[in-house]
Design a protein around this ligand. Structure first.
Ligand SMILES: Nc1nc2c(ncn2[C@@H]2O[C@H](COP(=O)(O)OP(=O)(O)OP(=O)(O)O)[C@@H](O)[C@H]2O)c(=O)[nH]1
Ligand SMILES: [Mg+2]
Length: 321
């Protein structure tokens, strides 16, 4: 299976949910707004049910009303793509009345150190392994630091990945100080001149306050070891948790400003619309999305590709990666 096939497959639950609630999206757009008012309410319901969020749903309906597309699905696809653009760009494009044609996220970290955060079980550790593979495939050298010392065997899990991928892993003792592991990792990265260091972190501590304080400390200590780093803090969010995950994300964002989001497990949910409020409410770009457990199931996020896959529409060959 190619990535696009996996993506379409992964989004099938969300697609089914949209189709079941919104009826035939192939409807003629004029019909929808004149004599078939019902379907606009159905569409509104479908978007809310897919976790697109109220504010975005309202804008989408406005954009569809103003659209010159001939059928509902085309208008909806364009409006949704726009909702996946960062605020400033979205406002600009809405004013001009058209969709952006280039929508691929820049995924190369600004600097060298990426801290990976998120609650337990969302997929942080496996995502770090997939990211390692992705960047190595692009000619970068990579290191990992096993900063989750809270959960027994978390370090070992990352160690196994490191061995499999040939990536050096800086380890600490189980129950040891995660900031010390991060400090050692950042120091070693700078000394060796490795391109990228990914720091794994705990997803759970005795309480939330401790976790947030620990993440702040890890950040401070990395900056001490390698001034200016970490340049990136990526939050891993499990799409299955929908709006709850978004609420968690805001907590993390307050404690340690995040620079990117990675959304995993899109294959396991009908709420793939959650990407919209993530972009709108966090104001942070989505870097990667995951639709499965294998390394190839994690890819840079591309809003147009995502929306087309969601509606099972072909992506022109030249654009397919
Ligand atoms: N179906 C599916 N499973 C995924 C995806 N990404 C990760 N997983 C699975 O989610 C499970 C948890 O992944 P971990 O990487 O251990 O999660 P974590 O956030 O590090 O968890 P803690 O260390 O306990 O905080 C694993 O079984 C992964 O294979 C995805 O995109 N789709
Ligand atoms: Mg983990």
């Amino acid at each position: 299976m190619t990535w696009l096939e996996r993506l379409r497959d992964g989004l099938s639950k969300t697609r089914k949910q949209l189709n079941d609630s919104a009826g035939n999206l192939g409807n003629d757009l004029r019909d929808v707004f004149t004599n078939r008012l019902d379907s606009i309410e159905d569409l509104e319901y479908a978007l809310i049910a897919a976790d697109v969020g109220r504010a975005a749903t309202e804008e989408i309906l406005e954009d569809i009303k103003a659209s010159d597309k001939s059928n509902l699905q085309e208008a909806l696809m364009e409006a949704l793509t726009l909702q996946l653009e960062p605020d400033a760009r979205r406002a600009q494009f809405r004013k001009l009345g058209f969709s952006p044609d280039a929508s691929r996220t820049v995924v190369d970290p600004k600097g060298h150190v990426v801290m990976v955060v998120g609650v337990n079980g969302v997929g942080k550790t496996t995502t770090i392994a997939k990211l390692g593979e992705y960047y190595m495939g692009r000619g970068k050298t990579v290191m990992f630091a096993a900063g989750d010392t809270f959960r027994a065997a978390a370090g070992a899990q990352l160690g196994v990945w490191g061995e499999r991928l040939g990536v050096p892993v800086v380890q600490g003792a189980d129950g040891g100080d995660p900031a010390a592991v991060a400090f050692d990792g950042a120091t070693a990265r700078a000394a060796r001149g490795t391109d990228l260091l990914f720091i794994d972190t705990a997803g759970r501590l005795h309480n939330k306050h401790n976790l947030m304080e620990e993440l702040k400390k890890v950040r401070r200590v990395v900056d001490k070891a390698d001034p200016g780093e970490p340049t990136e803090v990526w939050l891993v969010l499990d799409a299955v948790t929908g709006q709850n995950g978004l609420a968690q994300a805001k907590k993390f964002h307050e404690a340690t400003p995040i620079t990117g989001v990675i959304v995993t497990k899109l294959d396991g949910t009908a709420k793939g619309g959650i990407l919209v409020p993530i972009v709108r409410e966090l104001g942070v770009p989505i870097k990667f999305i995951g639709v499965g457990e294998r390394a190839e199931d994690l890819r840079p996020f591309d809003s147009r590709e995502f929306v087309r896959a969601l509606f099972d529409v072909d992506v022109p060959q030249a654009e397919a990666r």
